[in-house]
Design a protein. Sequence first.
Length: 78
Amino acid sequence: MARAAQDAGQVMAKRINTEQFLELAKDKFCDKFKYDLENYKNMQSKIDVFCSIKDLFGEARGWFTTRAEVHLRPRKVY
């Protein structure tokens, strides 16, 4: 298993508070996303995420809902 994937798996197994989640998200995505963590309790919580990347019309892509764990999960590269 790749080292980064192994480290991410270990992080996901730990209990992560809101501040730690924000730190992990910033490390992974820089300032690409903003978060509404009002309902955050743990990595299984659903969170609202704002994507600031512009679409073809110059508008931000906007809000979407996902689980915190899914948002930080390493992507598979084929």
